[in-house]
Design a protein around this ligand. Structure first.
Ligand code: PBG
Length: 343
């Protein structure tokens, strides 16, 4: 064999780490935390082994567990005590996320990000208020007792984009008032970043950054999360506001709109099935790029590991590494604690 170039020369134990192109560090990771106002004890989430919904009283303890692993940032999701058609428990001062945020902010040094959306707060489970036509059909479905997620595929049953904007902005401001370090709108409402930015600035929170779920796909990988946060739509689906998995160029347009509205961090979601989008956003924009390694991505690795088909630690680490390699600066992941503990 007469080779001058031998890539294997770089693969020795001593040299490999020196020349490796991508690194994972606990400071790249954000751990999702679920706070539940309907319970006074911790409740395991069956489809997401190792994760639980915790009552407000346990939120600080939960966040301290995360921080012990070296992960300093959390994203909070709330399960409210009650739901209505507007999602009005999303923005009050004594809402579940607001109460938890206040406590975490007072008692820990964690970096607190809050998810801003209405789907956990509306009784129909959509990410905003419904159009009046949809609202009427929803009343009908509800009075018929038809609350299955496949109850209607009617394309007119959808969210009123512009009426939703005010409610999202109000929610974001209430999170900032409670002490959130950053807000993360996830509803895919057109104009949401601008509406939130304007109201945050008016309320004196011009230094609070917005991490936009900028390219969020209508993905079947959110299944376990919807159990965890109790936010599955009661009818129809989200394809009128979340993106079609078939589209990549559209992601560039979505992200550009959020950049125009002064988004500080740009998120792609899910992560693993959308690494091409992570790369596209990395190359097309100079903002920090976040990727959300979602509940289904977590659940499928756990399920395979439980069967003995995959080595969980290895595939978790490899997944996160691949997301970074694709171009993400930070990763929201249910693996945060497990992976950080091993780094
Ligand atoms: C709320 C929201 C969702 C997720 C994050 N924020 C659910 C959805 O859009 O249905 C999904 C997270 C996950 O699956 O881990 N809009």
């Amino acid at each position: 064999m007469d080779l001058t170039e031998r890539p294997r020369r770089l693969r020795s134990d001593g040299l490999g780490p020196l020349v490796s192109e991508t690194d994972l560090s606990p400071s790249d990771l954000v751990a999702p935390v679920f706070v539940d106002a309907t319970t006074d004890e911790r409740r395991p989430i069956e489809s997401m082994p190792g994760h639980e919904r915790v009552p407000v009283d346990e939120a600080v303890a939960r966040v301290e567990e995360v921080r012990e692993t070296g992960v300093e940032a959390v994203i909070l999701f709330g399960v409210p005590e009650s739901k209505d058609s507007e999602g009005s428990r999303a923005w009050p001062e004594d809402g579940v996320v607001q109460r938890a945020t206040r406590r975490i902010d007072d008692e820990t040094d964690a970096y607190v990000i809050t998810d801003v959306c209405l789907c956990e707060y509306t009784d129909h489970g959509h990410c905003g208020v419904l159009t009046s036509a949809a609202s009427e059909s929803w009343e009908e479905l509800r009075s018929d007792g038809v609350l299955e997620s496949d109850a209607s595929g009617d394309p007119h049953m959808t969210v009123d984009n512009d009426r939703t904007l005010d409610l999202l902005a109000r929610t974001a401001v209430s999170h900032a008032e409670a002490g959130a370090d950053m807000v993360a709108p996830s509803s895919m409402t057109d104009g949401m970043v601008g509406a939130i930015r304007t109201d945050l600035d008016e309320a004196g929170f011009e230094s609070t950054p917005v991490m936009s779920y900028a390219a969020k796909y209508e993905s079947a990988f959110y299944g376990p999360f919807r159990d965890a946060a109790d936010g599955a739509p009661a009818f129809g689906d989200r394809r009128h506001y979340q993106m079609d998995p078939a589209n990549a160029r559209e992601a560039t347009r979505e992200v550009a709109l959020d950049v125009e509205q002064a988004a500080d961090v740009l998120m792609v979601k899910p992560a693993l099935p959308y690494l091409d989008i992570v790369r596209r956003v990395r190359e097309g924009f100079d903002h920090p790029v976040a990727a959300y390694n979602v509940s289904g991505e977590y659940a499928m690795l756990h399920a395979a590991a439980e069967k003995g088909w995959l080595d969980l630690d290895a595939v978790a680490r490899e997944s996160l590494l691949s997301i970074k390699r694709a171009g993400a600066d930070l990763i929201l992941t249910y693996f945060a604690e497990d992976v950080a503990r091993r780094l």
